[in-house]
Design a protein around this ligand. Sequence first.
Ligand code: T4K
Length: 392
Amino acid sequence: MSQPQPIYVTQPDLPPLADFLPYLEKIWDNRVLTNGGPFHKQFEAELATYLGVKHISLFTNATIALVTALQSLRITGEVITTPYSFVATAHSLLWNGIKPVFADIDPTTLNLDPARIEAAITPQTTAIMPIHCYGTPCDVEAIQRIADDYNLKVIYDAAHAFGVRREGESVLTHGDLSVLSFHATKVFNTFEGGAIISPDAKTKQRIDHLKNFGFVNETTVVATGINGKMSEFNAALGLLQLQHVGRAIERRRQIDALYRDLLAGLPGLRLVDKPVNATANQSYFPILVGPQFATSRDALYQRLKDQGIHARRYFYPLISDFPMYRGLPSADPAGLPVARAASAQVLCLPIYPALTDEDVFRIVDVIRTASRVAVPAAPAAATISGAELLAA
Ligand code: T4K
């Protein structure tokens, strides 16, 4: 009997190749490959409209965008951030010579806990860098109140938050700056890519100078800029991807709902709540494998892997456990109990538009078997698959 295909935590969503060829032909014809070409301009404008924001600067990836965002606001000293994130969040601080101060997260949202932020403020604190983890919006109002009270900047790592809306408006409008990622593994991908959302044209202009070595014209350099520019290839792909991302997110919603139905009520398993008052993007499907579950998180991870299902432990280890951070006073595990528990229990299950309902049944089957709960039969007529939906 042939082995079933492996299933990874994600699979990039791509448009039909034939649809991309005309874009490539244009690039080949006009020979403008980068440095703010026509596709770059068009993508920046169409993306801003799609996301419901005014000022966007495209970047080569989110990590360089985070580094540049901090530069643009001239952040120094200490910045309060979460240990429960991808390592790029804190790395962007070290690249700027800034000291990260880790604060604990909220057990419901897994985002920075505003009360813990306030407790971590010192005279050296200049900013807060929270992330909208898994696309769940932070408590943006409480964070803004703290920022206003203590005169701090807020830079959101919004790498997971493409298209997320809160109270009817883009979550990217909060804080001083927000940074998106368009990496291959994200809800919306341009292979590699990222963006900074600015509140005004002046800030965008400064960021645009910084991502182009600091050049303002052919002979004038005003800052120690970097090369963070998005190429025409990535921008052209982004334009095409915008036509598909709505359907891709819709399919993610169906998968999220199916997982929630099939995994509800398993003893010891917690599904991270859907955000209240927000339109999520279902970028990840995290589950928390608690002590009441029949196996440990790592045993379940291995069981799935043995069946060719590659779930991922995002975010384990905590950033504060990596060698370049663990000597910091705020990295002391005693001060981060919630983040530590989440990191020890989390497993992100596969979710992406091409994942079929049958794949979801296969994944849930392994989890239910591990939990020693009987497996329900799959419905005779499975609902529309990702591939069918995209072809529709
Ligand atoms: N802030 C936050 C909160 C982030 O989560 C991230 C990135 C960043 C900042 C930085 O954004 P960028 O600078 O990357 O724009 C992945 C991604 O590489 C990383 O972008 C992402 N977060 C992080 C959460 O996940 P890995 O090491 O898990 O990736 P990898 O290569 O193991 O990929 C996971 C699975 O995806 C593979 O098993 C198969 C599938 N895959 C992956 C790639 C790259 C594909 O099917 N095709 C592909 O091309 O970090």
